[in-house]
Design a protein around this ligand. Structure first.
Ligand code: NDP
Ligand code: GDR
Length: 346
């Protein structure tokens, strides 16, 4: 029985990682949360287990990081804490750099000093590929980030490699393509869509039963409908991370579905799941989805980014061949699981 520290345990991936490790290992798990005036532990409220304990761990505080690592001397340290919203990284670049890059350096340094045999994972991202040069993107694709978020993750990647090679640490950073779920934060486009379409479906239903919707049906506002992402379910990825941490040699792997879909495709799949028909009209900022004369989805330039990653498509052949990793949920299953979870029950 060993000790595992997971940072960012209240987030999407952290919560699935705890579920996976409690089910499949006998290690003790310390889940790092930062102090907030009001707790947001929705994603972990179902976990009540003698091998799971919450600890205070703000990854931007080196004293906190060093103290925790020195006291627990973990066998595994899984760093999933981040400011993970790319869209906010132009407004708060320093916060992104401190949380997503500098924090990694503090963790690596504390591990080097106090428990060099600890296996370390940092959550890397397909956003590091950014302005892609070829598709699909594999482990050899150059780092060409387009946002302060992506630049911070790329910087962290270099630090992980330097510490691995200089001090012989088992330290890895996967390139994880987008992964979503019923526990996804609501500002990310997939969850925004499934929640938004669920609301609209409910309002259409009320109207059908002659119950007026005050102010009419408010359309779902989105940004770039043409952006393409390689979307998977988060449950499939936490298992891939654990495999990456348990090899003979530390290596970095891409995890992806190997399919790409546009934001518009995601909206269409959610509409289909909701049983709402209609058509897209207009182009660019005038594009709209119309159902029986009602605009249900429209473009709002407020959600455009200063620099966009237009296309991401992963090639996870190496992980599939060497780790024997295989995702279980395809695109359609992902959308239907998320939509069904957000559907308003009456
Ligand atoms: P979430 O945003 O759902 O979770 C992030 C977690 O980090 C939250 O628990 C948050 O806590 C915590 N956190 C933020 N700042 C701090 C801090 N200063 N100290 C301690 N904890 C902090 O992200 P995901 O679970 O989706 O992602 C997990 C990791 O994987 C992140 O590093 C993300 O960048 C990366 N990643 C995610 C991908 C995805 O598609 N989901 C793809 C590639 C990489 P709080 O609840 O208090 O805000
Ligand atoms: P992303 O996820 O930036 O890929 O980062 P997000 O869901 O925010 O955006 C995906 C794409 O959708 C476009 N888009 C919109 N995005 C948001 N959030 N809101 C909108 O209204 C909207 N309309 C269109 C975006 O422009 C973008 O192209 C996620 C995060 O989990 C990161 O932490 C992770 O590293 C990467 O995935 C891989």
């Amino acid at each position: 029985m060993g000790e595992i520290i997971i940072t960012g345990v209240s987030g999407q991936d952290g919560s699935y990682m705890v579920d996976y490790l409690l089910e499949n290992t006998n290690h003790n798990i310390y889940g790092g949360v930062r102090r907030l005036s009001v707790k947001n532990h929705q994603n972990i409220k179902h976990i009540n287990h003698p091998r799971f304990k919450l600890i205070d761990l703000d990854v931007t505080d080196p004293v906190n990081i060093t103290g925790v690592i020195r006291n627990i001397k973990p066998d595994y340290f899984i760093n999933l804490a981040a400011n993970s919203f790319v869209g906010s990284s132009w407004e708060m670049p320093i916060n992104h750099y401190q949380t997503n890059a500098l924090a990694v350096l503090h963790q690596l340094e504390a591990i080097r000093q106090y428990c060099p045999s600890c296996r370390y994972y940092n959550a890397g991202s397909s956003e590091e590929f950014g302005d892609v040069q070829y598709s699909p993107q594999d482990e050899k694709h150059p780092l060409r980030p387009r946002s302060p978020y992506g630049a911070a993750k790329a910087s962290a990647r270099h630090l992980v490699k330097v510490y691995r090679e200089s001090f012989d640490l088992y330290a890895v950073q996967g390139w994880l393509f987008n992964h979503e779920s019923e526990r996804r934060g609501e500002e990310f486009v997939t969850r925004k869509i499934t929640k938004g379409i669920a609301r609209i479906a409910h309002q259409l239903d009320l109207e059908k039963h002659m119950v007026g919707v005050v102010g009419g049906i408010k359309p779902l506002n989105l940004g770039n409908l043409d952006a393409k992402r390689d979307w998977s379910h988060a449950e499939d990825f936490v298992y891939g991370i654990w495999l990456m941490m348990n090899q003979n040699e530390p290596k970095d792997y891409v995890l992806s579905s190997n399919e790409t879909h546009s934001v518009r495709d995601f909206v269409n799949a959610a509409l289909e799941q909701a049983g709402i028909s209609g058509e897209w009209t207009g182009k660019g900022i005038n594009e709209k989805f119309v159902h029986n004369g009602k605009v249900l989805v429209e473009v709002n330039p407020q959600f455009y980014r200063p620099a966009e990653v237009e296309l991401l498509l992963g090639d996870s052949t190496k992980a599939r061949d060497e780790l024997m990793w295989e995702p279980q949920n395809d695109f359609k299953t992902l959308v239907s699981r998320m939509y069904d979870n957000d559907k308003i029950k009456v």
